[in-house]
Write a protein that binds this ligand. Structure first.
Ligand SMILES: [Zn+2]
Ligand SMILES: [Zn+2]
Length: 143
């Protein structure tokens, strides 16, 4: 499991951050919005308390959008290299959804929950013990 302090940053090094305390949960989202945002097969999220996240270097740019249900989402990224650092959303108040691939040490990551698996890539095999939500398909993110 995670140490009490995690550090990470963007691809070019302009952004650095740290997370203290214990992350609340790890999620892999297979919705097509996360596929597009990440440019990959799924998006990963490490949900941490807002007060546990600290930017230690640089300034982030943000991109505001809405979920399919009209709720506000915010994506924060490095203005130099474009690496997405975190998301914030109306339905996860008080938390920051860190993109955990930006952590310095990613070896301990293992999502316990897989969302929107109905739109997952067919070659992605979900581990048997993890929780899943199959509900929605399409270019949308929960809820
Ligand atoms: Zn950067
Ligand atoms: Zn998603």
């Amino acid at each position: 499991m995670a140490e009490s302090k995690l550090t990470g940053g963007c691809q070019c090094g302009a952004i650095r951050y740290e997370v203290v305390g214990t992350p609340k949960r790890q999620v892999a989202c297979h919705c097509t919005a996360c596929q597009r945002q990440s440019g990959s097969a799924f998006g990963m999220t490490l949900v941490v308390n807002e007060e546990d996240f600290r930017l230690t270097k640089g300034e982030l740019k943000t991109y505001a959008s809405k979920s399919h249900a009209g709720r506000a989402k915010l994506g924060a990224f490095c203005p130099e290299c474009g690496t997405r650092i975190y998301h914030k959303s109306e339905w996860r108040k008080g938390t920051v959804s860190v993109k955990p691939g930006t952590l310095d040490d990613t070896r301990w990551l293992k999502p316990e929950m897989h969302l929107w698996t109905s739109s997952k890539q067919p070659w992605v095999v979900i581990p048997a013990m993890s929780r899943r939500m199959l509900k929605r398909e399409g270019r949308r993110c929960p809820p």
